[in-house]
Every structure is written in structure tokens, then in C-alpha cells.
Ligand binder design. Structure first.
Ligand SMILES: [Ca+2]
Ligand SMILES: [Ca+2]
Length: 306
């Protein structure tokens, strides 16, 4: 039972205080799809940023994954920013409603040790080559450190952290505007989404219990782009403006900012079955204040509706 290729997210971002990699972390191999080696001067930086971005997530995973090797293929593509996904899906089981349930391939390999697509890359990151790679992304010379991101550049580690979020779980086949599934299958993300009709029209919410405990209720997803959290409300009044600073938001990416994997991001992965070590859940009020504080950092925002 094989599914269509995973949906590509049209967005990227985030990271954090990344401690030294635990010896239990999965190994990350990075390949470059660049036959003429046109972008070879970026290989080392992209490799280091990809590994650091993975660690920003895997440092929160419980278990020994040192026998797991996740292969990332980096493609150089004619797009304006970047995108990412797992390259395959892994069957989890049948739901009560008869739909089949699927993990993202990277997560399936992490949890089961089974590499769905064999020697082919497990994760794909697409990097825009129309100036995004060359002039917009900033590569931290110490990607595991705490360097200040230049105010006029976008942090590559943060972008790849966002893309890893999609590779782990923030992805699916659901229509991001209506919540309709295209067939009798759902991702572990899709399976926890409910559509609520309101004055602004339909809004999709992620209803996982751990996420709801962190957020203080069902988590509003970005309208039209459901593998992301939050809506600015600027255009349509939908809920979720407090989530704009989150790594996995679907509207805005701040320059000059090193993002963090948030407690909410981790809780959502936990709801999707990843072995996340959840910190004590803060009171919703303090969690929102933390997010608001992070959001004040960027003076320049790129806003985008997908
Ligand atoms: Ca693998
Ligand atoms: Ca593979």
C-alpha cells in the first residue's frame, strides 16, 4: 500500500539553544542533488545547518536512535524560499473509521527502524536559488551555538528546523481550507484535525490532547496551509495570532531571528506518536507570554499567504 508523494510544505523555519548532540541521536546524512556542483560552495554550511536543525528536535526525543540513519537530500530549486518533507510514508494502522493512518517516513524509520524507501533519501529539502540561498539565508559559523542572526538575513538553521518539523509530522493530505481528505487515508497530523465553521468561514484546528494542554484548547491551523499553526487574523479574522512567532506558523518568517522548537510544536509531535520528552506544561498564560516575547524580536517580517 503506497501513497502519493508527500505534500510539500511551502514554508520553512526555526531552532534554538542546541546542546551538544546526544549519542542517542539518529545519524544524519546529507546529500546534494547538484550534478554540476554549481552550489558546492554551500555544501558545508547546508550540511552543518541541516544537522544542527535536526538536533534541535531530536534532543527532545526519548530513546536510543543511534542505529538510525536519516538521509536528507538537498535540492536546489527555482522557488522563492524553501520547502521540505519526508519522502515517503509509513503505515501505522487502520482507524476506527476505516481510514488507514500514516506516519511521515522519517518518523516511521525513527520508531520502527524500517527505511520505507531503501537507499533513496528519507527527507527532501528544497532550497530556493533565486537569491534566497545566495543572499537571504545566513549560515551560522557555529550552528549549535547562540550567534546573533544579522538583522537583514534569515537564519538557515531556523529555516531547516521548520522543514524538519514537516518531515517529522507537520504534513498530510487534507485540504487546508476545507479539511476534506482526498481518500481513505490520513496522516497522523490529518487524523487530529477538526474543521469548525465560524464567521470567517471554516477554520481547521489540531485537537491532540498534549497540544491542547499547552495551548489551552484546540490549536488553530493556518488557513489554506494546514501543516502549520496560527493565523495572523489580518486578512480574515481567524484565530491564532498569538502563534505567529511559533517556528511552525504558516504566515510569517522573521529575519534576524533564531527560532526555537516550541513546547507546542513538541506537544503536537507527541500527539502524533513521536517519543517526545514533554516538559512540565506551563500555564497557558505564561506560554502565550513566552511566545509573544519571542515575536517581538523581528522588525522585518515577510508575510505570505499560501
Ligand atoms: Ca534511512
Ligand atoms: Ca531511505
Amino acid at each position: 500500500m503506497r501513497l502519493p508523494k508527500n505534500v510539500l510544505c511551502a514554508w520553512l523555519l526555526a531552532a534554538a539553544v542546541v546542546p551538544a548532540a546526544a549519542s542517542t541521536a539518529p545519524r544524519i546524512e546529507v546529500r546534494f542533488a547538484d550534478l554540476s556542483a554549481t552550489y558546492s560552495s554551500y555544501y558545508a554550511d547546508l550540511h552543518n545547518a541541516t544537522v544542527a536543525a535536526a538536533q534541535a528536535w531530536t534532543q527532545h526525543f526519548a530513546g536510543d536512535f543511534s542505529a538510525i540513519e536519516l538521509t536528507v537530500q538537498i535540492n536546489f530549486v527555482d522557488i522563492s524560499t524553501a520547502s521540505g518533507r519526508s519522502a515517503s510514508s509509513g503505515f501505522v494502522g487502520l482507524q476506527a473509521d476505516g481510514r488507514s493512518l500514516w506516519h511521515q517516513g522519517a518518523t516511521h524509520e525513527l520508531l520502527t527502524g524500517m527505511d520505507i524507501n531503501g537507499a533513496a533519501a528519507d527527507v527532501e529539502f528544497n532550497i530556493g536559488i533565486n537569491g534566497y540561498l545566495q543572499g537571504e539565508l545566513w549560515f551560522d559559523p557555529d550552528p549549535l551555538g547562540l550567534s546573533a542572526v544579522p538583522a537583514d538575513r534569515t537564519d538557515a538553521v531556523s529555516v531547516l528546523m521548520h522543514e524538519w518539523g514537516h518531515a517529522w509530522g507537520f504534513n498530510g493530505w487534507m485540504d487546508g481550507s476545507t479539511g476534506q481528505l482526498p481518500g481513505d487515508y490520513a496522516s497522523t497530523f490529518d487524523a487530529q484535525v477538526t474543521t469548525v465553521m465560524g464567521d470567517a468561514g471554516p477554520t481547521l484546528y489540531f485537537t491532540g490532547a498534549a497540544a491542547a494542554a499547552v495551548y489551552g484548547g484546540a490549536v488553530p491551523l493556518t488557513f489554506g496551509n494546514h501543516g502549520h499553526v496560527g493565523n495572523s487574523g489580518t486578512f480574515d479574522g481567524r484565530e491564532g495570532a498569538s502563534l505567529m512567532p511559533d517556528l511552525m506558523n504558516g504566515e510569517v518568517f522573521y529575519r534576524g531571528t533564531r527560532y526555537e522548537v516550541s513546547a507546542l510544536d513538541l506537544a503536537m509531535l507527541s500527539d502524533m506518536g513521536l517519543p517526545v520528552i514533554l516538559a512540565a506544561v506551563p500555564e497557558p498564560g505564561s506560554a502565550l507570554l513566552l511566545l509573544a516575547g519571542l515575536g517581538g524580536v523581528g522588525l522585518w517580517a515577510r508575510r505570505r499567504r499560501v
